[in-house]
Design a protein around this ligand. Structure first.
Ligand code: ZN
Ligand code: MN
Length: 133
């Protein structure tokens, strides 16, 4: 595959992610990109997603119930994974609210904390409502 074609595909992946709040899986991205690039392979989508994540252009979220998800929003924020349907949503909590906790973590450790990943598990609104019917 030539370089121009592959960079166009990478741009299309980024554009798709930029326009969704869904934190899609590689499969979902692949299904949507196929409409524009009928010959694109799932492997190409995976390769590009991992490359973009390594370059910190996107975030890769590995979940227990929802598989591996991708996020265009690289700003510090936290996620909730629905243990029923696997949906991944942004938590509406400010960086300021979490800061005291992170400071405590730093103070409690003699070494150097370089990064962290916190994932919350629960049930989304839709699945919770279904349960209570
Ligand atoms: Zn759900
Ligand atoms: Mn997010």
């Amino acid at each position: 595959m030539n370089a121009l074609k592959s960079s166009r595909q990478r741009t299309a992946i980024l554009e798709y992610l930029a326009n969704t709040k869904e934190h899609p899986t590689a499969d979902t991205i692949y299904e949507n990109l196929r409409k524009t690039f009928p010959n694109i392979s799932l492997g190409t989508v995976y390769r590009n997603l991992n490359l973009l994540a390594e370059m910190h252009d996107i975030i890769k979220i590995t979940t227990e119930s929802g598989g591996v998800r991708f996020d265009y929003d690289t700003s510090p924020h936290y996620h909730v994974v629905c243990s029923s349907c696997g949906k991944v949503e942004d938590l509406k909590i400010s960086e300021k609210a979490i800061k005291p906790f992170l400071e405590k973590v730093n103070q409690s450790y003699d070494g150097t904390i370089e990064s962290h990943s916190i994932l919350f598990y629960g049930k989304c609104k839709t699945c919770s409502d279904k349960d209570h019917k």
